[in-house]
Design a protein around this ligand. Structure first.
Ligand code: HEC
Length: 312
């Protein structure tokens, strides 16, 4: 880090987005040149050990890994999550933030940009590692400083990215997810609406657990994270005339908020029923989404044009 760079970063009014999941968050909070259309439109295939049949811990960890809410400070504001740097558990090789990276795929994680308290007074970008096989590693970190995935994960959240102290469940979940990232050949696949909607169904299935357990705090936490993921889809339907698509996504998000409200009020049967109905709606999405998709920002050419537009 450098004091000067820090000042510039804060002052920057960026025109472009990083390989964050949030386009608008990155637009607002990251400096110009933090852009990779490539990593916003293609990512390595996930390939989890034991496929799509996973425990609640793994599913919650998977969602938390993709949720900026897990982090704090600038990372959260910019819509960055673990997934932005470690896409589907691999290293995001195109990740680049001017002033914080010296070449693509590197980043200074001990920088005041992320956490004033973590600033170490040196410019020290390091390579983003793949998390594949992290379960069997004896030491973690480029300097081999940690022997425990759980401790390392806590440090990433609190010390590097200024997040709130994670509780035991969040750490268990993030560790459980990372332990499923077995070594695998890296196969790049497009980022698609279809995959995002399939993921949304998985998140909704995870929400069934706290609704069955009647745990309002966990239900609230998961609904906030899922709404964040719906927000990422929403950002891809950026045109004002995409009312059908945007309206449907807003409606899903509102229904999730209502479910959290019902959980908070102890109206469990209603909350469970509302989740069932919402799941059906997501499983059979309105035709507007498919109709608007060719013009949505899943398309690399459209995304590039959108990112290059002057500040809206
Ligand atoms: C802005 C990019 C960025 C984000 C966001 C990020 N990481 Fe990392 N991660 C890195 C870099 C860079 C390193 C290497 C740091 C080091 O070696 O000290 C790293 C290292 C790790 C390691 C050690 C891997 C090894 O083999 O030594 C783990 C585990 C890890 N990150 C997990 C996470 C988790 C979990 C999150 C979210 C809570 C996260 N990271 C968010 C960039 C990031």
């Amino acid at each position: 880090m450098r004091r000067l760079v820090f000042g510039l970063l804060l002052a920057a009014l960026p025109l472009v987005s990083a390989q964050a999941q949030s386009l608008t968050g990155a637009l607002e909070w990251l400096p110009p040149g933090s852009l990779s259309v490539e990593s916003l439109t293609r990512h390595p295939q996930e390939q989890l050990e034991s496929g799509e049949q996973q425990s609640f811990y793994v599913e919650f960890g998977r969602l938390a890994f993709r949720s900026p809410d897990t982090l704090g400070g600038t990372a959260r504001k910019a819509g960055l999550s673990c997934q932005a740097c470690h896409a589907n558990g691999f290293a995001t090789k195109a990740f680049f933030i001017p002033g914080l990276s010296d070449k693509p795929g590197t980043i200074d994680v001990s920088h005041a940009f992320w956490n004033l308290r973590g600033e170490d007074g040196t410019d020290n970008p390091v390579e983003i590692p793949s998390l594949r096989g992290v379960k069997t590693k004896e030491r973690l970190g480029h300097d081999k400083r940690s022997a425990s995935l759980r401790d390392f994960t806590r440090r990433v959240i609190v010390t590097e990215f200024a997040g709130a102290e994670p509780d035991a469940l969040l750490l268990d979940a993030l560790v459980a997810y990372q332990e499923k990232l077995q070594p695998a050949a890296e196969t790049a696949v497009p980022v698609t609406l279809q995959q995002d909607l399939a993921d949304l169904l998985r998140y909704l299935d995870a929400l069934r657990v706290p609704l069955a357990e009647e745990e309002p705090a966990l239900a609230a936490r998961i609904t906030v994270m899922i709404r964040g993921q719906i927000g990422f889809i929403y950002e891809r339907f950026a045109e004002a005339d995409m009312r059908g698509s945007r309206g449907a996504l807003e409606e899903w998000s509102r229904r999730l908020a209502a479910i959290a409200g019902q959980a908070e009020a102890g109206h469990w049967p209603q909350a469970r029923e509302a989740l069932k109905v919402l799941r059906q709606a997501v499983a059979a999405p309105p035709p507007a989404l498919a109709a608007d998709l060719p013009r949505a920002l899943y398309d690399p050419v459209r995304l590039k044009a959108w990112i290059s537009k002057p500040v809206q």
